[in-house]
Ligand binder design. Structure first.
Ligand code: M6R
Length: 614
């Protein structure tokens, strides 16, 4: 969480930083601030709320650091906003991450005479650097940063300026930072999106890197070595600015929902191998390893966790390999049962989620082979895994994940085919059928948009309610969970999802007249479909209002659920494609409900896109 951008060059820094922060607001938007260095003086502007509030003023100068905050330590007020500074206002610092031992560090600093104006761990870090700066030979800033960071436990991406040096210092451990290299100018940001309009040349910092930039050049040092100058590759960023702009849509979320036919097509490109009846997805998973595979452990969070549930269902059913889905936030603390023949899979849109990264590190420490299904290219998880595949969904800016979910599921299907082929549990004939069906998925998703007007109408009804249930059976339980999460996070309507059969074991007590009950009912679910319809009757008897996602060829559904129920139609697809097809109308429903309620759709309260704190 939190977004950082810093600039050193020949142009006015302030407007560049404001624009960059706006592109990073998906990381947090509780408060924002900018510090600009000019003529050995650093001037500060901090605001509560969105980056937009920084625009009412400007500060001249061509070196600056800035920050948009997602509050961890301390409420969102001006004092707690970044940048933070030392007592004589010579050092200013922005930080993303958490300093876990800040309480003890603060006590020590207070004993040494330091005073604090905020509740943040970042101010503690700033003053710790100040302490080492004042006590180091020649007041060497690099040395002071190193000495301070040796005392720190936790995660940080930090950028610091010193009023007496025309330089920028940055350091990374656990929170992403990337250097943008322009023409006689440099940028340091949490995400290259912040500087993409200025340069595409990017150098991703690694853990324990410390970056030192002056007007002419930059150097990468290592936290634990002296006399160090590290070599790092400079990447060329391929994606375009249009990926991170709204392109005429009112919200990023709506744009991202509508991008799904294209993102799914991208995801499949070059990954279907009809000749060998296989997916070209996991070239680094050796057949010998797969044949001896004991089980798969998937760790993830939120929407990615729901995608993991879908993938578990499919791999167990088709590839016949046992899959455990773990909450990433729990995995490292539970002393997991691990076998060296297990495959660990980390699934993440951002590739920066701290819980998932920590779970991945635990798996690595236990000697597991690690595979990643990640969207953001060059992200921490994508670099930590042994192998993996990108989702190729492009930038997802809306906090509510949409196109990443469907991309993750599609990657899971490709993985399922490949594993099943090696294991011999998926025949050539079945593989060929699955792969042919996969090719149709972008067009089938497009078809679901035909229901958008109807969904808008249904949204008007749902928007008036305070509680909502989502029901499904089998694979659709995961889709119900995902639909429910989407609704609650952007519309603030309380919502829960259950396996439909569980309703009668407790939750049915909560059903009141007119409560929306969203049911996912695919006709080709066989006996489960009939059972689901019985569950619908149980709801109707308690006067719940049914909204059903049903197949376009299901002629009896309206009769079955009654004229007073809403029916949203989706194309009939094999079970392995259902999660993708069913989730799109649920995304649209959440979007239009939130819009109807006047919510901040792309930036819902209390949330941030990239959760880089545990
Ligand atoms: O970037 P990740 O996929 O690792 O993020 C995991 C969750 O934080 C994320 O899916 C979150 O639940 C979304 N806001 C849901 O829309």
């Amino acid at each position: 969480m939190c977004g950082i951008i810093a600039y050193l060059g020949e142009r006015e820094a302030y407007p560049i930083l404001v624009k960059g922060l706006e592109r990073l607001e998906y990381r947090g938007y509780d408060s924002a601030g900018i510090a600009i260095l000019k003529d050995n003086f650093i001037q500060l502007n901090k605001v509560v709320g969105k980056v937009n509030n920084l625009k009412s003023t400007t500060i001249n100068g061509d070196i600056g650091i800035s920050h948009t905050r997602w509050a961890t330590h301390g409420i969102p007020n001006e004092a707690n906003a970044h940048p933070h500074h030392n007592g004589d206002r010579s050092l200013f610092l922005v930080h993303n991450g958490i300093i876990e031992n800040y309480v003890n560090l603060k006590k020590e600093l207070i004993k040494r005479g330091y005073q604090f104006y905020s509740d943040t761990d970042t101010e503690v870090l700033t003053k710790l650097i100040d302490y080492h700066h004042k006590n180091s030979a020649n007041q060497n800033t690099l040395k002071a940063i190193k000495n301070a960071l040796h005392e720190v436990v936790g995660a940080y991406g930090l950028v610091l300026i010193n009023k007496n040096e025309e330089k920028i210092y940055a350091a990374r451990k656990g929170s992403p930072l990337v250097l943008g290299i322009g023409q006689r100018e440099f940028f340091v940001a949490s995400d290259p999106a912040a500087f993409l309009e200025h340069t595409r040349r990017a150098l991703y910092l690694e853990d324990d890197d410390i970056l030192e930039i002056d007007r002419k050049n930059f150097q990468v040092h290592n936290l634990h070595q002296d006399c160090d100058k590290l070599k790092r590759n400079v990447d060329h960023i391929k994606w375009n600015l249009s990926n991170i702009e709204k392109n005429g849509y009112e919200h990023f979320m709506l744009k991202e929902i509508h991008e799904q036919p294209d993102t799914l097509r991208n995801c499949l490109a070059g990954r279907i191998d009809m000749e060998n009846h296989d997916s070209k997805f996991t070239d680094k998973l050796q057949p010998e390893f797969v044949k001896n595979l004991n089980k798969i452990i998937i760790a993830s969070c939120g929407t990615s966790w729901h995608a993991s549930l879908v993938i578990k269902h499919l791999i167990e059913k088709y590839s016949r390999i046992k899959v455990d889905v773990e909450y990433a936030s729990e995995f490292r603390y539970k002393n997991p049962i691990i076998n060296k023949n297990d495959l660990f899979v980390a699934i993440s849109q951002s590739g920066e989620t701290a819980d998932t990264l920590a779970a991945l590190k635990t798996a690595k420490e236990n000697g597991l082979r690690c595979f990643g299904i990640v969207n953001v290219v060059g992200s921490s998880i994508s670099r930590e895994v042994d192998s993996g595949n990108y989702i190729r969904a492009g930038s997802e800016i809306g906090v509510a994940s949409t196109k990443a979910f469907t991309g993750q599921v599609l990657c899971g299907i490709l993985l399922m085919v490949h594993l099943g082929k090696i294991k011999g549990t998926i025949t050539n004939q079945t593989a060929e059928k699955i792969l042919n069906n996969l090719k149709n998925i972008p067009d089938l998703v497009k078809q679901t948009f035909e229901e958008e007007e109807k969904i808008k109408e249904i949204a008007k009804f749902v928007a008036t309610k305070n509680n909502c249930f989502y029901l499904g059976r089998g694979l659709n339980i995961a889709t119900a969970l995902e639909g429910s999460l989407k609704l609650k996070e952007i519309s603030y309507i309380h919502s829960e999802a259950f396996p439909a059969g569980e309703l009668k074991h407790g939750p049915i007590a909560l059903i009141e007249e007119g409560m929306p009950i969203i049911v996912i009912a695919n006709k080709n679910e066989g006996i489960v479909y009939d059972k689901l319809l019985s569950n619908v009757q149980e709801v109707k008897s308690r006067k719940g209002k049914i909204i059903v996602i049903a197949n376009d060829n299901d002629r009896e559904i309206q009769d079955n659920v009654g004229e007073d129920s809403y029916v949203i139609r989706v194309p009939e697809v094999p079970d392995y494609l259902q999660a993708i097809i069913n989730s799109v109308p649920l995304q649209l429903l959440s979007y239009y409900v939130a819009k109807e309620r006047g919510c901040e759709i792309d930036q819902p309260r209390n949330l941030a896109k990239s959760v880089t704190v545990e």
